[in-house]
Design a protein around this ligand. Structure first.
Ligand code: SF4
Length: 345
């Protein structure tokens, strides 16, 4: 098979390829979802150093896990990873289930990750279907189903399962994913030196730019964040983010959000700062890009003159007192981490 032959010569040397340990495979798959390998690799190394097995991860606090995850985004992955480690260590005595069907029942493990663990660690004959696989299959075989439709995802999964039938599953899965990631790329596939161009539908029909078919585009939303850095002597106020939103469980400066961009004057008026506070400075509007949201943030430095006012603000903003030294160890959105890095506080 052309793909497997290609893989024998071109495969990427990645640490989790040299193991059958389901813990390491699971960790790498969760970290690398929606993340480039170059960005995810240092996180993978830090995680296995801090938590060499599933019991160590289960025993960590959520804050330790989120702190280590800081900067990777999609923080629900980290919370689910932690919850799943609890389940594996308590209910399964540290042993991962061996089939994709059983793995799918665990928190944070979807069809893709379940198939990856089952095939890489336990040699189950099940195809791993990610964005790279959709692209390769739709182009080579001319599959015209819309990949944003869940019915089509099943069609692709069945098709890939059928292909895997005659091949060693782990090798086939890694081969097709690597091929999509480094050879048959979205914008500039290397068709001229492709081992499959003789029979590739998209190449021969001149439809490379049309496949895979994807209709639904998620709209990007703009959000406007106003952070208040209340400082009293060597203490500041921090809020823990709760509720179903981005950055759940992470710490931030007290936040006020607005629907539109508001002037500094309007924001400060709405904030109703008490007497005993002094606005020392405010930052430019900083743009922070997430996959489906653009955050426009401004930071207001506010000096608090006396302890009573500080305690009142803490109550009003449902915040916690923290020392400036303790800020470093709190898990924070990278937007706040970068602000602290670039500004003397
Ligand atoms: S010929 Fe081009 S489009 Fe077809 S599989 Fe090869 S790289 Fe992809």
């Amino acid at each position: 098979m052309e793909l497997v032959r290609w893989y024998e010569h071109q495969q990427r040397d990645l640490p989790w390829r040299h193991t059958k340990d389901p813990y390491l495979i699971w960790l790498s798959e969760i970290i690398l979802q929606q993340t480039r390998i170059r960005q995810g690799l240092p996180y993978y190394n830090r995680f296995i150093e801090a938590f060499p097995n599933v019991f160590a991860l289960a025993q960590a606090t959520e804050e330790q896990v989120l702190r280590l995850w800081q900067g990777l985004g999609y923080y629900s992955r980290a919370r689910n990873l932690h919850a799943c480690a609890h389940t594996i260590s308590k209910d399964f005595q540290g042993e991962f289930p061996k089939t994709a069907k059983e793995l799918l029942k665990l928190k944070g493990i979807g069809p893709y990750t379940a198939a990856a663990i089952a095939s890489f660690a336990f040699d189950e004959k099940i195809a791993v279907v990610d964005g790279n696989v959709y692209r390769v299959l739709s182009r080579v075989f001319g599959i015209q189903n819309d990949i944003s439709d869940t019915k089509s995802q099943k069609i692709f999964q069945d098709f890939a399962n059928h292909l895997i039938h005659t091949t060693e599953p782990a090798t086939f899965n890694q081969a097709i994913m690597d091929f999509g990631a480094i050879h048959c790329t979205p914008k500039s596939p290397a068709c001229g030196i492709c081992p499959m161009h003789g029979f590739c539908y998209a190449f021969n029909e001149n439809k490379i730019n049309e496949l895979p078919l994807k209709s639904k585009k998620v709209k990007t939303k703009n959000r406007y964040f106003h952070y208040f850095l209340f400082r009293y002597q060597k203490q500041v106020l921090m809020q823990k983010r709760r509720g179903k939103d981005i950055w759940q469980g992470l710490y931030q400066f007290p936040l006020m959000e607005s629907k539109d961009a508001e002037s500094v004057e309007k924001v400060l008026k709405r904030a109703e700062l008490p007497q005993g506070t002094l606005v020392n400075a405010c930052s430019d509007l900083l743009k922070h890009i997430l996959t489906h949201q653009h955050i426009f943030a401004r930071f207001y430095r506010i000096e608090v003159k006396d302890l009573d006012t500080f305690v009142q603000l803490q109550k009003n903003w449902k915040a916690e007192k923290q020392t400036i030294e303790a800020l470093h160890d709190l898990p924070k959105p990278i937007l706040i981490q970068n602000f602290l890095k670039n500004n003397v506080y």
